[in-house]
Design a protein around this ligand. Structure first.
Ligand code: NAI
Ligand code: ENO
Length: 323
C-alpha cells in the first residue's frame, strides 16, 4: 500500500498526535510509532491508551531512525523542538507538522533542517475543542482536508508519499503555498475563534444577574460559540502570535463589514439586513450541498465539529494533489 513508513515519530501527543497514531495504526501505515512529549503524565497517559510502541521524554531519541517525523505540539514550541531533534534526524527523513499556521512553521523549522532531510509542513483541517492524548480518535481526519505546503526544493515524490499517508487516513489532500494557507485560515478558522473568545468574554463581563439570564436563555448560537471558546488556550495563543499579519488583514475586512451591518441596524435598513442574511444562508446551503457537512456529523464518537468552509478558497488556489 502507498503512504507507508517504517518508523513514525510523533512529537507531542495531544488531540492531533493521538488521532494520527490511532489512524495510522488502524490503516497499517507504519510499523513502529515513537511518541515523545514534555511531561511524564502525558506520556503515561499515551502509554495507557496504547498509542505507540516507544515512549520517551527525549524527542531526539524518538526521531532516531524515523522516516517520518510529525510535530504535533503548539506552534510556539517548534523552534525548541527542531533544535533538539535536528542532530538525530536521519538522511532521507521527512519532517512534517500539523500546526494551524504555516508561514511561521517554515521560518521556525527550515533553518534547522539538516541536509538530506525534507521539510513538508502540513495542516489537517480537522479538530475539536478537546485536547490531550485521550481526546484523539481514528476517524478525526475522515472526509476532511489536509493542506501540505512543501517548498520548491522538496522532491515531489516525497510530497506524493506524504499525501498518500494522509489520504490513507481518510483526508483529501491539497497543496498550497504557506502564505496563501495562512490568509485563508485566518478568515475561515482563526477569526471565528477570536470572535468566539470575544463574545463569550463579553458575556462573562456582564454583571452577575444578567449573566445568569444570558446563560439560562442562551440559544444554540451562543452555545456554539462557547464550544469554540473552550479550545486550548496555549494552542490558540500561539496561532494569534504567529499568524498576526494575516489575522489583522482579515480582521480589518471583518470590522468594515461589521460596521456596514451596524449601520443597517442603527438606521433600520431592513432590505440591507435581509439581503445580507439571504446571501449568507445561500453560502451555508452551498457548503452542505457540496458535501462539506452533514446535518449530524458522525465521527464514531460524540463530537460536534462544525463545517470549515474551505473548499472554494483552497480549490481555487491549490496546486495538484501530489505535486
Ligand atoms: N485542536 C485542533 O482542533 C487542531 C489543532 N491543530 C494543531 O495541532 C497542534 C497540536 O494541537 P492539539 O493536538 O490540539 O494540542 P494538545 O494540547 O491536545 O496537544 C499538544 C501536545 O504537545 C505537547 N507539547 C507541548 N509543548 C511541547 C514540547 N515543547 N515538546 C514536546 N511536546 C510538547 C503537549 O504536552 C501535548 O501532548 C497545534 O499546533 C495546533 O495548531 C491542527 C488542527 C486542529
Ligand atoms: O473545533 C473546531 O470547530 C475547529 O475549528 C477545529 C480546528 C481547530 C484548529 C484548526 O487548525 C483546524 C480545525
Amino acid at each position: 500500500m502507498s503512504g507507508q513508513f517504517r518508523k513514525l515519530a510523533l512529537i507531542g501527543i495531544g488531540l492531533i498526535g493521538s488521532s494520527i497514531a490511532l489512524a495510522a495504526r488502524r490503516q497499517g501505515l507504519v510499523e513502529v510509532i515513537a511518541i515523545a512529549t514534555r511531561q511524564q503524565g502525558t506520556l503515561d497517559e499515551a502509554r495507557e491508551l496504547g498509542l505507540g510502541d516507544i515512549y520517551t521524554l527525549d524527542a531526539a531519541e524518538a526521531v532516531r531512525g524515523a522516516d517520518l517525523v510529525i510535530l504535533c505540539t503548539p506552534v510556539g514550541a517548534y523552534e525548541s523542538v527542531i533544535k533538539a531533534i535536528a542532530p538525530a534526524l536521519r538522511p532521507g527523513a521527512i519532517v512534517s507538522d500539523v500546526g494551524s499556521v504555516k508561514g511561521h512553521v517554515v521560518k521556525a523549522l527550515a533553518p534547522h533542517i539538516p541536509a538530506g532531510v525534507s521539510l513538508i509542513p502540513g495542516h489537517p483541517i480537522a479538530g475539536t475543542e478537546h485536547s490531550g492524548p485521550s481526546a484523539g480518535f481514528a476517524e478525526l481526519f475522515a472526509g476532511r482536508w489536509c493542506v501540505l505546503t512543501p517548498g520548491p526544493e522538496v522532491d515531489p515524490a516525497l510530497t506524493a508519499k506524504l499525501s498518500a499517508f494522509w489520504r490513507a487516513m481518510g483526508s483529501q489532500v491539497e497543496i498550497m503555498e504557506a502564505d496563501r494557507h495562512d490568509m485563508v485560515l485566518a478568515i475561515t478558522s482563526h477569526i471565528p475563534h477570536l470572535v468566539a473568545y470575544n463574545i463569550v468574554g463579553t458575556v462573562a463581563d456582564l454583571e452577575a444577574a444578567t449573566q445568569s439570564e444570558v446563560i439560562k436563555f442562551s440559544a444554540s448560537g451562543f452555545r456554539d460559540f462557547t464550544r469554540i471558546a473552550a479550545s486550548d488556550p496555549v494552542m490558540w495563543r500561539d496561532v494569534f502570535l504567529t499568524n498576526r499579519e494575516a489575522v489583522l488583514e482579515m480582521l480589518g475586512r471583518f470590522s468594515e463589514d461589521l460596521s456596514v451591518l451596524q449601520r443597517a441596524v442603527r438606521t433600520g435598513d431592513g432590505p440591507a439586513l435581509e439581503a445580507m442574511f439571504t446571501r449568507t444562508r445561500e453560502i451555508r446551503r452551498s457548503i452542505i450541498s457540496a458535501g462539506q457537512e452533514t446535518a449530524a456529523p458522525d465521527f464514531g464518537r460524540p463530537h460536534e465539529s462544525p463545517p470549515i468552509p474551505d473548499v472554494p478558497f483552497i480549490r481555487e488556489h491549490g496546486g495538484g494533489d501530489d505535486a
